[in-house]
Design a protein around this ligand. Structure first.
Ligand code: ADP
Length: 226
């Protein structure tokens, strides 16, 4: 993967996770927080960690921020700082500014000042948790609409050693009303699998469809067997 230079501003729980994960993925990460304790805690876990007030344009210029391809404004609760820093980064012509929002109003303001992407980690996590709770057997879930998503599920025991066609995932006659996007088998991913492909134990299925149909794959209810 191409190494990207990313600056992450605000090292609370969210910013710290973003910064350390990007660094572990092999990217160059400059992490900034005005609180020097937060900066010290991150030493060795990112490329550079610097104590600075990110609303100070001169401080940002001294750090060479304008050369960065990506910036993540991870400041959450301090709305004023989050907006000021985002404006500053866009005026320094950083191409990709991603800002975290903790409220609808903050998100709308960030959109108006032409931040490239606004993320709502708290809301997203709450939605995901609600889906995970009500779709037992599902390992991971990504919401597409409030009732439709993509899920990763362990192959249900009743489908092991069956072909996809016999399991009800045949291309022509899909018993479940979902789309099987891929099978994850160990380190391999079988994209758009053939209907003669057999499922084996420990396979993970990646399927897209309405929530209630996805849960029918895990726990079949009222599915026509003909
Ligand atoms: P979380 O909810 O992820 O823990 P917070 O919103 O509580 O996040 O933390 C935001 C972080 O952003 C804090 O560590 C704070 O010191 C930092 N911060 C706030 N304003 C600025 C600023 N102007 N410049 C740099 N860092 C800032």
């Amino acid at each position: 993967m191409k190494t990207t230079q990313v600056v992450v501003i605000g090292l609370g729980r969210f910013g710290t996770t973003v910064a350390t994960t990007l660094y572990q993925m092999g990217h160059d990460v400059l992490a900034i927080d005005k609180n020097s304790n937060k900066v010290q805690e991150l030493a060795g876990q990112v490329t550079y960690a610097v104590a600075a007030d990110a609303t100070d344009e001169d401080a940002l210029r001294e750090l060479g921020i304008e050369k960065f391809e990506y910036a993540v404004v991870a400041i959450g609760s301090n709305t004023e700082a989050s907006i000021m820093v985002s404006v500053l980064l866009k005026s320094l012509e950083i191409t990709n500014v991603v800002a975290r929002s903790v409220s609808k109003l903050q998100g709308q303001t960030l959109d108006r000042i032409k931040v490239d992407k606004v993320v709502y980690p708290e809301t997203d996590m709450g939605t995901k948790l609600a889906h995970d709770l009500f779709l037992p057997g599902i390992e991971q879930y990504m919401e597409l609409t409030s009732t439709y998503g993509i899920s990763k599920i362990k192959v249900p025991p009743r489908l092991i050693n069956q072909s996809l066609k016999n399991s009800g995932f045949g291309n022509l006659r899909d018993r479940y009303g979902v789309t099987l996007i891929a099978i994850q088998r160990g380190e391999d991913i079988i994209i758009n699998p053939d209907e003669n492909q057999n499922l084996v134990s420990n396979d993970t299925l990646i399927i897209a469809g309405p929530d209630e149909k996805i849960s029918d794959v895990v726990r079949p209810t009222n599915i026509s067997e003909d």
